[in-house]
Design a protein around this ligand. Structure first.
Ligand code: AHG
Ligand code: MN
Ligand code: MN
Length: 333
């Protein structure tokens, strides 16, 4: 019997998709290949983190006021370098940099917003972390790139996705025609299609939230959490509560198993903690493309107009039927 050769690599899939768009110039494909390259470099470093001098703090705080980890700097440097070497993007917004980064590719048409390492507080305890990326077209080739190019609604994204460095390393992305997951085969150094056309279950029984801040959540969210924790076997309640503390890992589980993930506003975080441009928008694009819902409680995340590069927003996202119930109870509290 002949060997099975129907391997679909990330490159092969990107080429297939490119053929559907005769006018495609291959620039988006090039950008996605840069993500794949940088992800493999970061994955290699993370896999030996305990042995290499890569754990612990870098010694500075970032624009978010958060302690920067050595791995934050490693990942940020390699993703920026990969995007610059790929020469397909004309500007980058990163969680780690206060201002947007020029790439000197004035002719390129795409912009990237990224959280180069998500969940960095989990690195030193060997828990799954990720990278999140979001791709837009620049507003106009007639004007130099400016901050305004990065303040587009999430609905304008051309592509978005994440890498999860977990028990296996996966790259999950959408370009607006569904969500596909690729698992890294380290023996050949390729991301291979393993989760075609990912869809989130309409129902779920997992609630993902940091209950430490629950006292000052909006009343409607408190009501929803009470609903989730009430006893009703017919609707599988009380739900399980699962919270990893890396948004990519919590969202990946929610996509695969169903459930609701939330980071509400609270007294400590009046606009929530998670950043709109490089956490909430890309993961909301993925969530909606997989058949889920992503909201700030009052509107779609993807309809929010950013005011600044590091805007934060409360976020509620997950299975359609669970989100319908949450939004019915939230009533804009
Ligand atoms: P980052 O490591 O990029 O700063 O992101 C951490 C975020 C997100 O990954 C996670 O959902 C959230 O912070 C956890 O925050 P709390 O520890 O406040 O629950
Ligand atoms: Mn993050
Ligand atoms: Mn980060």
């Amino acid at each position: 019997m002949l060997p099975n050769t129907d391997l679909v690599t990330l490159n092969g899939y990107i080429n297939q998709q490119e053929r559907k768009f005769p006018k495609a110039m291959g620039n988006l494909s090039g950008l996605l290949r840069s993500v794949g390259l940088a992800a493999r470099i970061v994955n290699r470093e993370l896999n030996k983190a305990g042995l290499a001098d890569i754990l612990g703090d870098w010694g500075t705080t970032n624009v978010q006021g958060e302690t920067v980890k050595k791995m934050d700097i490693f990942a940020n440097s390699h993703f920026i370098a990969a995007f610059k070497r790929g020469r397909r993007c004309c500007g980058i917004v990163s969680e780690e940099d206060e201002e947007w980064i020029m790439t000197d590719e004035e002719g390129a048409q795409y912009l990237v917003c990224m959280d180069s390492l998500d969940g960095s507080s989990n690195i030193d305890v060997n828990v799954g972390v990720g990278t999140i990326f979001s791709i837009y077209r620049r507003l106009s080739a007639d004007h130099p790139v400016s901050k305004l190019d990065f303040l587009q609604k999430g609905a304008e994204q051309v592509a978005a996705g994440y890498v999860i460095y977990g028990t296996s390393t996966m790259l999950v992305y959408t370009a607006g025609s569904g969500v596909n997951g690729f698992t890294l085969d380290p023996s050949i150094g390729e991301f291979c299609l393993s989760h075609p056309d990912m869809k989130i279950p309409e129902n779920g029984s997992i609630l993902s939230v940091n209950m430490g801040y629950a006292k000052t959540f909006p009343q409607g969210i408190k009501d929803y959490i009470d609903y989730c924790l009430a006893e009703d076997k017919s609707t599988k309640r009380p739900y399980s509560v699962r919270y990893i503390g890396s948004m990519v890992a919590d969202i990946h589980r929610t996509l695969l198993k169903g459930g609701v993930f939330m980071y509400p506003s609270s007294a400590d975080a009046p606009n929530g903690k998670l950043r709109l441009l490089y956490e909430c928008n890309p993961l909301s694009f993925i969530m909606e493309q997989a058949g889920g819902i992503a909201s700030n409680g009052k509107q779609r995340i993807l309809e929010i107009t950013p005011t600044d590069l590091h805007d934060r927003t409360p976020i509620y996202m997950g299975s359609k039927n669970m989100m319908d119930k949450l939004l019915a109870l939230y009533k804009g509290w």
